[in-house]
Design a binder for this molecule. Structure first.
Ligand code: FAD
Length: 638
């Protein structure tokens, strides 16, 4: 078969070229993967179906949001691009969840869709070591279960030591508007029709998922005076450590609502909905349902919010967030015209659903390398996720692991207690997914530690080690860390007298300190829920920037919880550091598969952490080894 494949190559290859790493797809995953590879000095090729749509935001013109904002900050802290692109193109900034604890605060921006594309394209074009080509990849080339390149639709063959597939919603994409179906990967773009077959021939198990988007409408056809305004927030906090202060005139969003008439129109037309007539077989996103699903699922609700979002400074369209639909075009028009402010709305692009093939992520190692084929990686929506940020995080991890593999270095696998990115990938490769997976703060069991304010403490050292972060930035942030520690120590040591602090406490309706107490530390004062950094900063001799003040407050207020969480993590780490004797015989362990035994005997890990980082060794294997190492009470183990 393979010999035939090679023979076939000799006869029909139009053009060949060799690279170190090839990335298939220039969406949010492909951008990160290709930039990591090129920035680490590898000769990189990125292939995409349309050069003009690099970094296209297929759905809403927005980056970040709950838990997704965390992912953007994490990618940035490790040296990725999405946060920097989002900063350059934002038209509105908001910090979500401010009413809750800072662990779940998350930035969200509205972005200029077309400028985002331009900036993404610029980033790739200007990147040394990176070549961009518009060609459809039709086949993955492999020999002896190791990838060696790709073949494209025009017969070219590109060879590389590693290939990263990031094809989004394009594999066998089928779009639905009402009962009409259209072949394509995204509105106005062709689909990739051959790659799925190639992956199946290689032995991959593919599934089918579905996602949908909302109609876009002409800007001048909307009556904004009937809607609530949602302004951006100041000061703007950039996503990226590379972005200096952002000074822009922010654009507002507007809010309107569906009503009983809208719901009546939807209910009346369910027999023309591809979702409710069985035309769509792919499973859709549970947490981002279409408006028809919301109306059917929540029958008792007489209204759903619709956010009218600007597409950019010069754009002539609004995006209708909350109205994702695949109902027929005429129903979409009728539905919109029933909503306050949208009575005369003109649809510029209809809402639609797209079904596509995906690779069950259980077929991947935590490095995102496939278990079937060496040096072949998958990242982004192809792994069953949904969202730009989830795609970007995976693109970064696949990119850096491809690089580390070429450098014969240890793989890079983030732990669940280190980053949301770690949670995302661990969930995908250990639990698999049967529906579009999106990130939520509730999925992270250590979320108190995984905050956006400490993201550089958590992850920037990795970026420096990879050579992706300028060490000067790191030094800056480490100085900030030292300043915070110093300030907390000062707060702990500074005892403030009742007559000095009580006026502040009374002004905030707080219980004053008893006169006879002689005083209390500033740290104790700041621990009170209604006392903030702003209230006590006057007692500090040195000026402390607002941002650092906020970080001090978070660390002081949540000190007890953070300490408890850290202790739990330390226990986990202790388990990871449990040593495995040099002459330990893994064949003795009954619960391990032969494959695991083979790998462990071959690699000879020194401790459980090293064992957990071996490709193919699962958390269950680690637990099995741990139980064996510890032995039953009274029993001595080697
Ligand atoms: P994409 O951004 O899709 O990029 C894929 C890239 O691969 C493209 O550059 C394409 O040209 C290229 N490509 C594909 N096949 C080949 C090939 N064979 N050869 C060469 N190049 C190829 N996300 C949400 O969070 N919420 C939503 O509600 C939501 N709704 C969506 C609705 C629709 C209709 C669509 C299309 C997407 C939606 N998304 C939504 C998903 C979001 O757009 C994706 O999660 C994100 O863009 C995935 O990034 P990616 O890099 O994996 O793939």
């Amino acid at each position: 078969m393979l010999i035939f494949g090679r023979f076939y190559l000799l006869l029909s290859v139009a053009y060949t070229e060799r690279f170190d790493i090839i990335v298939v797809g220039a969406g949010h995953a492909g951008i990160e993967a290709s930039l990591v590879s090129a920035r680490c000095g590898y000769n990189t090729l990125i292939l995409t179906l349309n050069l003009d749509n690099i970094g296209q935001m297929s759905c809403n013109p927005s980056i970040g949001g709950l838990a997704k904002g965390h992912l953007v900050k994490e990618i940035d802290a490790m040296g990725g691009e999405i946060g920097f692109l989002a900063d350059k193109t934002m038209v509105q900034f908001r910090m979500l969840n401010r009413s809750k604890g800072p662990a779940v605060w998350s930035p969200r921006t509205q972005n200029d869709r077309s400028r985002y594309r331009q900036e993404a394209q610029k980033a790739l074009i200007n990147q040394k070591n990176l070549i961009i080509k518009q060609e459809e990849v039709t086949d993955i080339l492999m020999e002896n279960n190791e990838v060696f390149g790709v073949r494209t639709g025009i017969g070219n063959e590109y060879y590389a030591q590693a290939v990263i597939i990031t094809t989004g919603t394009f594999l066998n994409g089928l779009m639905h508007i009402g009962l009409e179906t259209y072949i394509g990967g995204r509105l106005g773009e062709p689909r990739a029709s051959h790659l799925s077959e190639s992956l199946k021939r290689l032995g991959f198990n593919l599934g089918r998922l579905k996602t949908g988007t909302s109609p876009r409408i002409a800007k001048d056809s909307v009556d904004l005076s009937k809607m609530d305004i949602q302004d951006g927030e100041e000061p703007i906090e950039p996503y990226s450590h590379r972005t200096p202060d952002i000074k822009i005139e922010q654009l507002p969003c507007y809010i309107t609502r569906t009503n009983e008439k809208t719901h009546g129109i939807i209910n009346k037309n369910l027999d023309r909905s591809p979702l409710y007539t069985g035309r769509i077989i792919g499973i859709g996103p549970r947490y981002c349902p279409s408006i028809e699903t919301k109306v059917v699922r929540f029958r008792d609700r007489d209204s759903h919010l619709v956010f009218v979002e600007p597409e950019g400074y010069d754009a002539g369209e609004y995006y209708l967030n909350g109205l994702s639909t695949s109902l027929p075009y005429d129903v979409q028009v009728e539905m919109l015209h029933s909503i306050s402010g949208l009575e005369n709305a003109v649809i510029t692009r209809p809402g639609y659903a797209v079904e596509y093939d995906f690779v069950y992520p259980i077929q991947l190692y935590p490095t995102l390398e496939t278990k079937l084929i060496k040096n072949l990686y998958c990242a982004g929506q192809i792994n069953g996720t949904s969202g730009y940020e989830e795609a970007g995080a995976q693109g970064f991890i696949a990119g850096i692991n491809a690089v580390l593999k070429l450098q014969n270095k240890n793989p890079f696998v983030l732990k669940r207690y280190e980053a949301y990115t770690g949670v995302l990938i661990d969930d995908l490769v250990t639990k698999n997914t049967l529906e579009p997976y999106r990130m939520f703060t509730s999925l992270a069991e250590h979320r108190l530690i995984l905050r956006i304010d400490n993201v550089y403490d958590r992850l920037m050292h990795y970026g420096v080690d990879f050579g992706l972060i300028n060490p000067q930035y790191y030094e800056l942030f480490m100085n900030e860390r030292k300043a915070i520690d110093r300030a907390i120590e000062t707060l702990r040591k500074t005892i403030i007298k009742p007559e000095v602090i009580n006026p502040v406490l009374c002004s905030k309706d707080e219980i004053p300190i008893p006169e006879e107490s002689g005083g209390v530390s500033l740290l104790q004062i700041l621990k009170r829920p209604d006392i903030h950094w702003d209230d006590i900063k006057i007692f500090f001799n040195e000026p402390i920037p607002e941002r650092i003040g906020f970080r001090i407050e978070v660390e002081v207020k949540y000190e007890g919880y953070i300490k408890r969480e850290q202790e739990m993590i330390e226990k986990l780490k202790k388990i990871e550091n449990i040593e495995i004797p040099e002459d330990f015989d893994f064949n003795e362990i009954k619960g391990l598969s032969n494959e695991a035994k083979g790998k462990l005997n071959e690699t000879r890990p020194k401790n459980l952490d090293q064992a957990s980082r071996i490709q193919g060794i699962s958390p269950v294997d680690i637990l099995t080894i741990l139980i064996h190492l510890k032995g039953k009470p009274g029993e001595t183990k080697k």
